[in-house]
Design a protein around this ligand. Structure first.
Ligand SMILES: Cc1ncc(COP(=O)(O)O)c(C=O)c1O
Length: 449
């Protein structure tokens, strides 16, 4: 059984004979035309723009394996240099000697962050002769990678509930879930559901008070999948990073707002001491002594090399220019979407509040004759992928729509989107829908999992 139930035909058998490469390529290209247009995919957080230089670097490094540091020492230096640069960006206390690694994306980075937290907690419990059989992890509404982490490693996930009007964890909610079996707290800096930043500094302050009350010293992993490459350039006033002594580790996706092509994530720890030595493997079969702390082994080096290229060429100034432009486009769109009078905005692309994402629900006053799934279907006819989905417990009755404004979503595209949105709304109003669409019929992937 395959994981994805698709309409696989009988022709999908392993071919017995060879075929002409050119013909096969042409056929495959024709098949791929049926895929969505990445530029109009407003659901994804990931990069959909690659410059000519990045394409050249990806091509140049197609056979370089990131794990093989002995064969590719220059690539290894590039990865190390990126880690130093990110440590600088995230205010690591010892940015000259940072502890971190590249990963295939944020999911792997989060797994490593969670594992390090879990092992440290377990070590402490074992040393004190205490029970360590019932670990739990406390968080706000997290992306599915944390559910995976908890299920794969048998850890209870305690998430704060969302409520109508409350879409991110509050420090008080988090405190209510802690106990002696809590391995740590995960705070999301750029929530998958709405794009909002959780209040990292306030959460750390609340944990200070919790420690003085209970003696329990709990640390925070910041899942900055999107915010990690936004706030350092566009919201310097937010103290979300290693400036907070309670922040133990931070992960982010290079391939989201880090502007690297797909296949690049990062995780950094506050110090080398925060990374349990036993989680690091030493292998010698590639030629030298390789330190490995990753879930997979072989991985393409192109995304990391391209990440380095973007750091070098753009610098602080370039990142700020690109990201602020995304916020401007997001804010323009937010005003126009509000002006349709159908929607209530949950996030509006304010750099101090979250990432350049917009999310909205049908406003309570709206007498729309359609639901948001119908609107997703109508927009899809025009090539736009705008996911509709329900929020997690206790706000599961609320259906929202969300769009991400990435670097290649220009103002001209935003105007085109608004034109198409107006047309879709008019069409829906005129059509008197008899069978409203549902999450199943509307389809669409919202990246929450
Ligand atoms: C907050 C958050 N964490 C983790 C992830 C997983 O990231 P990746 O797709 O890079 O594995 C996402 C993806 O959208 C996310 O939004």
């Amino acid at each position: 059984m395959t994981l994805h139930q698709r309409n696989i035909t009988a022709t999908c058998r392993f071919p017995k004979t060879e075929s002409d490469a050119e013909e096969t390529l042409a056929q495959l290209k024709a098949e791929l035309i049926g895929d969505g247009n990445a530029k109009k995919n407003l659901a994804t957080f990931c990069q959909t723009y690659e410059s000519a230089e990045v394409k050249e670097l990806m091509d140049l490094s197609i056979s370089k394996n990131m794990i093989d540091r002995d064969e590719y020492p220059e690539t290894a230096k590039i990865e190390e240099c990126c880690i130093h640069m990110i440590a600088d960006l995230w205010n690591a206390p010892d940015a000259g000697n940072p502890a971190g690694t590249s990963t295939v994306g944020s999911s792997e980075a989060c797994m490593l962050g969670g594992l390090a937290m879990y092992w440290k907690w377990r070590e402490r419990r074992q040393l004190a002769g205490l029970d360590w059989s019932k670990p739990n992890l406390v968080s706000g509404p997290v992306q599915v990678c944390w559910e995976k982490f908890c299920r794969y490693w048998d850890i209870e996930l305690r998430q704060t509930p969302m409520e109508d009007g409350l879409y991110a964890a509050t420090p008080e909610q988090l405190l209510g879930l802690l106990d002696e079996n809590t391995i740590g707290v995960v705070a999301t800096f750029g929530l998958t559901f709405t794009g909002q930043y959780e209040p990292i500094e306030a959460i750390c302050d609340a944990l200070d008070q919790y420690e003085s009350r209970t003696g329990r010293n709990l640390q925070v992993h910041v899942d900055a999948a999107s915010g990690g490459f936004l706030a350092p350039f566009c919201a310097e006033e937010i103290r979300w990073d290693f400036q907070n002594p309670r922040v133990l580790s931070i992960s982010a996706s290079g391939h989201k707002f880090g502007l690297a092509p797909l296949g690049c994530g990062w995780i950094l720890w506050r110090s080398h001491d925060d990374l349990p030595e036993r989680l690091i493997f030493h292998v010698n079969y590639l030629g030298g002594d390789e330190e490995v702390f990753q879930l997979n082994f072989s991985r393409p080096a192109g995304p990391v090399i391209s990440q380095y290229f973007e750091f070098l060429r753009l610098g602080y100034e370039g990142y700020r220019r690109i990201q602020m432009h995304s916020y401007e486009v997001a804010q323009w769109l937010s005003k126009k979407i509000k002006a349709t009078c159908y929607f209530e905005m949950l996030s509006e692309g304010d750099p101090l509040e979250g990432i350049p994402a917009l999310s909205w629900r049908l406003s309570k006053e709206s007498s729309a004759a359609f639901n948001l799934y119908d609107l997703s279907v109508e927009l899809r006819k025009k090539g736009w992928q705008v996911p509709s989905y329900t929020l997690p417990a206790n706000a599961q009755a609320i259906v929202v729509q969300r769009i991400l404004v990435r670097q290649d979503f220009t103002m001209s595209m935003a105007r085109l989107f608004m034109k198409d949105l107006h047309e879709a709304l008019n069409c829906l109003e005129a059509s008197h829908i008899k069978a409203p669409a549902t999450q199943e019929t509307a389809g669409g992937f919202n990246h929450a999992g």
